[in-house]
Design a protein around this ligand. Structure first.
Ligand code: AQP
Length: 327
């Protein structure tokens, strides 16, 4: 039997090359070998304030990005999380069985996102990892391909599955996170010690997948490097240039060591100019595919995905409801 993959992205901003490299590009490869389920996790997006009209647009936009990247709806299931209410139901049950306050207090993403205002953010932002556990565990997922930042949340899903199974019998599969070796954490262009994030208030930190090509090139040219003169890979001491090398390597499919050799004796100016061209070509091909999908097509794909996962989710929920004694 083929293994099951589950992953998702929240429509909380404009998707960037970090999301593509860390998550979506892995998914595309995995479709060849596994049964894949990819969700547009819109109930995660509302853990921070969203404009309803923007959110509606972003749900379609993220789905088109999956399609443009090469997720094939004939091979893989694509669905919208909120269309399957079993996800929030299971999250509630995990809130009561399996997830502890002590777990959520450790979550670094919550600490980063809540900042100093911890008491004033939504309960949803705090509870986000529990909903994510419900998403993953619902479908007997074996593997969760994510970027580095989501590893801790997948660990929690594993703990919840084990705890629930200990109490109620073998109901959930314990999944594993898969993080790519190179590109698991693409950094911000202007502050390369911080992760590139789609909801970053300063969009000059990110190369958006739907950015205007000329603007994207300018963002690369302005990216922070350092005061050294040579092109070298050292993420700790030289995070800026190392991040650009990673982006270059993944997009052009050339090993970092080859790129470093190619740029011996050349400066940042030459390197960035070439990278800007590589990124421009990538974005232009990507956007052509993106624009070939209509909103109508997307709605049909999401609806067909909903029908497929709903059956699985309902089956799992019946077992869970019986196990905890509400049926
Ligand atoms: N900088 C990154 N490098 C590599 N992978 C990344 N991912 C996100 N940023 C990077 C991966 O993309 C997927 C998106 O997951 P998400 O939408 O649930 O949110 P996130 O992890 O919180 O990503 P963002 O872009 O930072 O969104 P916002 O700003 O809304 O919080 C995940 O697989 C993630 O690891």
């Amino acid at each position: 039997m083929k293994k099951t993959i589950f992953s998702g992205i929240q429509p909380s901003g404009r998707l960037n090359v970090g999301n593509y490299i860390g998550a979506i590009s892995q998914w595309v490869e995995m479709q060849k070998e596994y049964d894949c389920i990819f969700s547009v996790v819109d109930y995660h997006a509302i853990t921070v304030k969203q404009d309803p009209e923007e959110l509606r647009k972003r749900i379609i936009e993220v789905t088109k990005i999956y399609l443009a990247a090469g997720i094939d709806p004939k091979k893989s299931i694509i669905f919208q999380q909120s269309a399957v209410p079993a996800h929030t139901e299971l999250a509630w049950i995990f809130n009561c069985y399996g997830a502890y306050i002590a777990d959520l207090n450790k979550m670094t993403q919550f600490k980063d996102k809540a900042g100093k205002d911890r008491e004033a953010v939504s309960v949803g932002l705090y509870d986000y990892p529990v909903l994510m556990a419900a998403d993953i565990l619902m479908y007997d997922t074996d593997i969760v391909p994510v970027g580095e930042d989501q590893k801790q949340h997948v660990e929690l899903a594993r703990d919840i599955a084990r705890r629930f199974n200990n109490e109620f019998g073998n109901i959930f599969k314990v999944p594993e996170a898969v993080v790519r070796q190179e590109g698991a954490r693409i950094m911000s262009l202007l502050e390369p010690t911080k992760k590139m994030s789609k909801s970053d208030a300063n969009q000059n930190n990110c190369v958006g997948l739907l950015d205007d090509i000329e603007i994207a090139k300018k963002k690369i040219m302005r990216a922070v490097t350092d005061t050294e003169a040579n092109i070298a890979y050292d993420p700790i001491k030289r995070p800026g240039i190392s991040n650009l090398l990673t982006i270059y390597s993944v997009i052009s499919n050339k090993p970092i060591s080859d790129l470093v050799k190619d740029y011996q004796g050349k400066g940042y100016g030459d390197f960035k100019k070439d990278l800007a061209e590589v990124v421009a070509k990538f974005l232009s091909d990507f956007q052509k595919k993106y624009n070939s999908f209509s909103d109508q097509e997307v709605m049909v794909i999401l609806e067909s995905g909903r029908k497929k996962v709903e059956k699985m989710a309902n089956g799992k929920m019946e077992k869970v409801r019986r196990a905890i004694g509400v049926r």
